[in-house]
Design a protein around this ligand. Structure first.
Ligand code: MG
Length: 398
């Protein structure tokens, strides 16, 4: 049996080739790709990695907390791993981003890719359907070369962002995009209202009426879904919006737990859940019985961003009103499935020698870190082993 023997934490800080202006934080140019890297090592020398998004070095003190909760754990015992991560989160940080590193270890122990562990099937998945996404706000004219580019590359869907204080400007972009790509191309739109951030610049604040007007335009243009048109917890308003419009509603990307998802589904708030396993309780959050409303599709939705082109998977695909939302990778009731992997690929791919495959077949998560890149862009700020933990504990009890 393997035991966790070593925990390392790194601040990763990689300059971007050009500033990235995320639509979800208006006015805030990202000039660096920053995240926390965790590397776990077992007593038999296996390593597992994961990554958590970071503004800066805010997890500086996290290592002192983790050792006592995680050292000595058996990576095969994911239930206990999950319990310990939960316990370590009671007083502060959500630490679910750490959980996939244990899946990485477990996959290596079992000699299987993580997607097979999560699906419980040996079926080999070679390809996953993708849509192209966007992260910044653009006028239609600025966006057009990108639309040309992705169609040339064979994408059959795109997700755009709109964010104007003048809703007519938003409608205009929607209409021109539909006109440009034609009726058969899948178009989604993200309103970024779920977890609005106004730290730097103000951002429009939608209410149910604005979302309804927007939804009617999306209906007319046959959009595949509208993403987060309201604050993520306004479940009753989401349900009312669903009654008013035809276009499927997606959301929940920053939900913190299975319970939030369940409540949202019980209230009829969403057609499509988009949980991020690194926030919402880890890779196994969706396991087990959930209400019938779980027939809502669950979409994994990383962006095609500054580091890699990544993919979007549909877990359960039984969209309402007979509409085909997206594709058909059927993974049953496992929310968060592969979301974590895609997020890691996006974050960790900057530290690998070559871009990982969208469906890595190697044991674990299939991420092989490039030591040269790690030493150049990652700064280790914490190392914990059982002996270090013992010394630390004795000192603290003095
Ligand atoms: Mg989104």
């Amino acid at each position: 049996m393997s035991r966790l023997e070593r925990i390392e934490l790194f601040h990763v800080d990689m300059p971007l080739a050009e500033p990235f202006w995320p639509s979800w934080i208006p006015g805030y140019p990202q000039t660096h790709n920053r995240f926390t890297l965790i590397r776990l090592t077992t007593d038999d020398g296996l390593t597992g990695v994961s990554a958590g998004a970071a503004f800066t070095t805010e997890r500086q003190g996290l290592g002192d907390l983790l050792g006592g909760f995680l050292l000595g754990l058996d990576p095969m015992d994911i239930a206990t791993v999950r319990q310990r991560i939960k316990e370590a989160s009671y007083l502060g940080w959500r630490n679910w981003w750490i959980e996939p590193a244990f899946w990485d270890l477990r996959g290596k122990i079992e000699g299987r890719p993580v997607y097979q562990l999560l699906t419980g099937s040996d079926a080999r998945v070679e390809k996953v359907p993708c849509y192209a996404s966007t992260g910044s706000l653009r006028s239609f004219d600025e966006r057009k070369p990108y639309l040309d580019d992705i169609r040339e590359k064979g994408f059959r869907g795109v997700k755009i962002r709109v964010h104007s204080f003048d809703e007519e400007e938003d409608f205009e972009i929607l209409r021109r995009v539909r006109e440009e790509v034609g009726a058969e191309f899948q178009v989604m739109v993200d309103a970024n209202q779920g977890w609005r951030v106004t730290l730097i610049d103000d951002a429009p604040l939608w209410d149910l009426e604005r979302a309804t007007r927007f939804g009617r335009v999306a209906d007319e243009l046959r959009f595949a879904w509208i993403e987060e048109p309201l604050d993520m917890h306004r479940f009753d308003e989401y349900a009312e919006l669903r009654r008013r419009i035809e276009t499927p509603i997606a959301g929940g990307e920053l939900f913190g737990s299975r319970q939030e998802m369940r409540t949202a589904l019980d209230k009829g708030a969403f057609d499509i859940l988009q949980p991020d396993a690194t926030f919402a309780g880890g890779s196994k959050t969706g396991d087990g019985p959930l209400p019938n409303a779980w027939s809502a599709a669950s979409v994994i939705h990383p962006i095609r961003g500054r580091t890699a082109s990544v993919c979007s998977l549909t877990c359960t695909s039984r969209p309402r009103r007979g509409r085909t939302i997206f594709w058909n990778i059927r993974m049953s009731h496992r929310v968060g499935l592969l979301k974590d992997a895609t997020v890691f690929w996006r974050r960790l791919s900057v530290l690998t020698a070559k871009a990982p495959s969208p469906v890595p077949q190697a044991p674990g998560l299939g991420i092989l870190l490039d030591d040269r890149k790690v030493s150049r862009f990652a700064r280790r700020f914490h190392l914990m082993t059982p002996s270090r933990l013992a010394v630390k504990t004795i000192r603290e009890k003095d």
